[in-house]
Design a protein around this ligand. Structure first.
Ligand SMILES: Cc1cc2nc3c(=O)[nH]c(=O)nc-3n(C[C@H](O)[C@H](O)[C@H](O)COP(=O)(O)O)c2cc1C
Length: 184
């Protein structure tokens, strides 16, 4: 358990090997066992098939074009960004369903983040890496439309790309002891 938590890394380069859809379904079943105040089960998972992954890649390309439209290398960057999603072996979008009780939003967000993280850990435990993206793609109305969510109500919390790592980058953390105080 501690090894999975400590050794999981964000993976940006995947091997082209596919990720078994049955394994993804299993990891999602694991992910929903995170703590969840009031048992609101606010998480929603969208497992993207090839056509949806391409549609998401197209949204990303347009977002990149819009952001860098004044730069000469815009098309090269847009193509690179498109490939990141079009060629990702698997993509899962994790969203928080809006609550009619505003005071629940923050706790529901926390629970949904936990579920997304648990999903990445369950995958890592079986050798599959992931990259968590938020940013413009997660905010784009087109992304909400793709999965049938309402940006005024729901919230995309994570766009997760999955695949077998082609490269596991090094990472560091400060010793937690530096950030820990033990109180009397
Ligand atoms: C809520 C959240 C949002 C993130 N969004 C992005 C993102 O938009 N783009 C990205 O490259 N990485 C994103 N990451 C990944 C972090 O950059 C990554 O976890 C961090 O660099 C530490 O690396 P590690 O996961 O290998 O420990 C996100 C992570 C979290 C938890």
């Amino acid at each position: 358990m501690a090894t999975v938590i400590r050794e999981r890394r964000t993976i940006y380069r995947f091997k082209p090997d596919p990720v078994d859809p049955a394994a993804i379904a299993r990891w999602i079943e694991t992910a929903v066992w995170v703590p969840n105040h009031h048992l609101t089960e606010p998480w929603r998972f969208f497992v993207l098939g090839p056509a949806s992954r391409r549609a998401l890649a197209d949204i990303r390309r347009e977002a990149t074009r819009a952001k860098y439209r004044d730069r000469p290398q815009v098309e090269r960057v847009a193509e690179r960004d498109w490939r990141e999603y079009a060629e990702a072996p698997a993509v899962v979008i994790v969203a928080q369903a809006g609550s009619d009780r505003p005071e629940r939003q923050q706790e529901d967000y926390a629970a949904t983040v936990l579920a997304a993280y648990a999903l990445t850990l369950a995958a890592w435990a079986e050798g599959v890496g992931s990259a968590w993206a938020t940013g413009r793609l997660a905010r784009a109305p087109e992304t909400y439309a793709l999965v049938g969510l309402d940006p005024d109500v729901d919230r995309i919390v994570a766009i997760l790309r999955f695949g077998y790592p082609a490269e596991t980058p090094p990472m560091r953390r400060r010793p937690a002891a530096e950030l820990t105080r033990t109180l009397p």
